[in-house]
Design a protein. Structure first.
Length: 255
């Protein structure tokens, strides 16, 4: 795997971009106060934006110029397909929580048609909703969605492209928590930290938060839409990898 990674120009450019993006965020955010004091706020943001753009250009160049990268798998195994479906579904459930609450466009109570979206979100507070899963729900949701889909790619460049956001989330959020504990750029109170976690589901698994409350607060129809979309994508991946739709379906059923 490492030999193929080092010999694949797509993977090298993409990994360079993700690594550079993560590193410049760590260095600049950690020294934010000193840089602004020595120069000024505008200069800090110009440097930050320029380096972030260059890192993103590296990722885009690697994929658009050399896509999809070398083939490192002959086909996608049932186990890999099932793992990709599970991980991507968790991410999709998180991402779809950003949308208004989906609902059946017909009310059984009134017998009338209604808008398929409920725009009246409940106020969940700073430790409710997806914060029960992780203090950084959207970063991890995007990362898990990409990583899950990336697992079902037979090409190394695509795998690196889609796995990058999870690496950025893992490193960046831990550093953000580290800064917030020192009241740099934000705050992380002991009360909030005691009932939440950085790593997804850790606070729930260790009993510091409540699964039942999380279930009640989730937009369940949104989750269903997200999981269905991922399932359809995985079925198409299974067909493209040379296996039948039935085999892909069985892989998902056997989770």
């Amino acid at each position: 795997m490492l030999k193929k990674l080092l010999s694949d120009p797509a993977s090298k450019w993409i990994c360079l971009g993700w690594a550079g993006f993560t590193l410049e965020n760590l260095i600049l955010s950690e020294n934010r106060t000193e840089i602004i004091e020595y120069f000024d706020n505008a200069t800090y943001h110009r440097v930050y934006n320029t380096l972030s753009t260059l890192a993103c250009v590296s990722v885009a160049f690697g994929y658009l110029r050399y896509r999809p990268g070398v083939k490192y798998l002959k086909n996608i195994s049932n186990l890999r397909l099932a793992a990709g479906f599970t991980i991507a579904s968790v991410g999709a459930c998180g991402v779809t929580q950003l949308a208004p609450k989906f609902q059946v466009p017909y009310s059984l109570e009134t017998g009338k048609a209604r808008c398929p979206f409920d725009f009246h979100d409940k106020e969940l507070g700073e430790t409710g909703g997806l914060i029960r899963v992780t203090r950084h729900p959207m970063l991890y949701s995007i990362g898990l969605l990409g990583f899950g889909i990336g697992l079902t790619s037979v090409n190394l460049g695509t795998m690196c492209l889609l796995s990058g956001p999870l690496f950025v989330a893992l490193v960046g959020t831990h550093h953000q928590d580290y800064r917030y504990r020192r009241n740099i750029g934000g705050t992380l109170s002991p009360e909030k930290e005691s009932v939440t976690s950085n790593i997804p589901f850790l606070a729930l698994v260790t009993g510091r938060n409540d699964w039942y409350e999380l279930f009640n607060e989730l937009k369940k129809m949104n989750c269903l839409v997200g999981i269905t979309s991922v399932g359809l994508l995985m079925l198409s991946r299974g067909r493209r990898s040379g296996r039948s739709t039935g085999a892909a379906t069985n892989a998902i059923k056997n989770l």
